[in-house]
Design a protein around this ligand. Structure first.
Ligand SMILES: *Cc1c(COP(=O)(O)O)cnc(C)c1O
Length: 393
């Protein structure tokens, strides 16, 4: 065994069953391991590295910021995070941003806002959230409480602290679960970890109406499906439905750990000084990363690119689906797609096989292969991927 792997097993807590590969460097849409083997990357570090590896302007912007100022704390203002917040607010057409270090923390903040919004009306009630089955919102206790996966919650989140879970895309199920204790509804616009399930337009519209009718906050988790991945800057743009709070992370900093929750009109001003905080969140380096990401999105016209290559990926995966009877479903939008398999093929085994064939893919949900490549991927890479995948089948 590679000595790096031996040391990794010896010194890093075993919360993952890792693949026996030590990734060392990246170039464009390729990754290389410590033995020099090349991999075509259709995972992007779990939908993070949208710009591909070695984007010169992004890297240089970070280097300049590192030499200038990395961290200051939130006791003072800093220029990069102010500019980054402005870019996010303008893109999302919402009001204000809170920066975090991860997606999970963006969810934590969003939940605190929604809870306080209702608490202000009546502090004596114990409020609860409605969340979706098969959802994923993160691994802290708060984020886990709204994550619709009992396996992840078991042993960590007391039952009384858990959200009320409804069927995704079943509006009447959600409506039947609204009570006077509900403070908010949280939902991914396209479920990622759960198996790549896009929301139905009628479902999102219905959630908006429910929240308006009962004065609840609607939280859209776009940590995975946002930032251009679905062929619009934010996935909810495609639906014409606005949340009260939007959560972002993953591709927001393209590898520099940064997340955010964005407050719309109704959520703005709920938190006051002292209610929430973070030491690292929105530090100058993180701000510089977000700015560089937005600049590259504009310069490369990435959102339009995603629509084009996403359509091409769709056609190629449809061809595979018609060719192999063990592929039972194909879902997704833009460069966030999934293939589901029948029992005879296991997504996990295909992921391992693809890896040995020099293709990085990740699985999701129940026997689903997830395609979330860097957004800069070209059609020729899609062709290379389908060849490697065919060989892996
Ligand atoms: C990844 C993810 C999270 C958690 O983000 P972390 O940065 O891992 O904390 C939350 N929600 C969704 C939809 C995600 O895909």
């Amino acid at each position: 065994m590679n000595h790096f792997i031996e040391d990794g097993e010896a010194y890093i807590l075993k919360t993952y069953n890792r693949f026996p590969v030590v990734l060392d460097r990246g170039d464009g849409v390729n990754l290389y391991d410590t033995d020099g083997k090349e991999y075509l990357d259709f995972g992007a570090g779990i939908a993070v590295f949208a710009l591909g590896y070695g984007n010169r302007e992004y890297n240089d912007a970070l280097k300049v910021q590192i030499d200038k100022l990395i961290h200051t704390s939130n006791l003072y203002y800093n220029v990069p995070s102010i500019e980054a917040a402005k870019k996010i607010v303008e893109a999302a057409k919402m009001k204000r941003v809170f920066f975090t270090n991860s997606g999970t923390e963006a969810i934590e903040g969003a939940l605190k806002v929604a809870r306080k919004y209702k608490y202000q009306e009546d502090p004596d009630k114990e409020y609860e959230f409605i969340a979706m089955k098969q959802s994923f919102h993160g691994r802290s206790q708060g984020a886990l409480s709204v994550t619709g996966n009992e396996k992840y919650q078991e042993g960590f989140v007391p039952k009384e602290f858990r959200a009320v879970f409804a069927e995704f895309n079943d509006l009447s199920d959600v409506a039947s679960k609204v009570t006077d204790k509900t403070c908010g509804i949280i939902c991914e616009v396209v479920q990622g970890e759960g198996g790549i399930y896009p929301a139905d337009p009628e479902f999102l519209k219905g959630l908006r109406e429910l929240c308006d009718e009962h004065d609840l906050l609607l939280i859209f988790d776009e940590i995975q499906c946002g930032m251009g991945r679905c062929g619009s800057m934010f996935a909810h743009d495609l639906y014409g439905v606005k949340p009260d709070i939007l959560t972002l992370a993953k591709a927001l900093g393209c590898g520099i750990p940064v997340g955010a929750f964005v407050a719309g009109e109704k959520a703005d001003g709920v938190l006051v000084p002292g209610d929430h905080g973070t030491t690292y969140g929105g530090n100058p380096l993180a701000g510089a990363a977000v700015n560089a990401v937005f600049d590259q999105f504009e310069k490369l016209d990435l959102v339009a690119h995603v629509r084009e290559v996403g359509g091409y990926l769709w056609d190629k995966l449809e061809e595979l689906k018609n060719e192999f009877s063990f592929i039972t479903a194909h879902r997704g939008i833009g460069l966030m797609q999934g293939l589901e398999f029948s029992e005879e093929k296991q997504a996990g085994q295909i992921v391992s096989k693809a890896l040995s064939n020099g293709l990085i893919l990740i699985s999701a949900g129940n026997n689903v292969l997830r395609f979330v490549p860097p957004l800069v991927i070209e059609k020729e890479h899609v062709d290379m991927m389908t060849e490697k995948l065919r060989a892996s089948f």
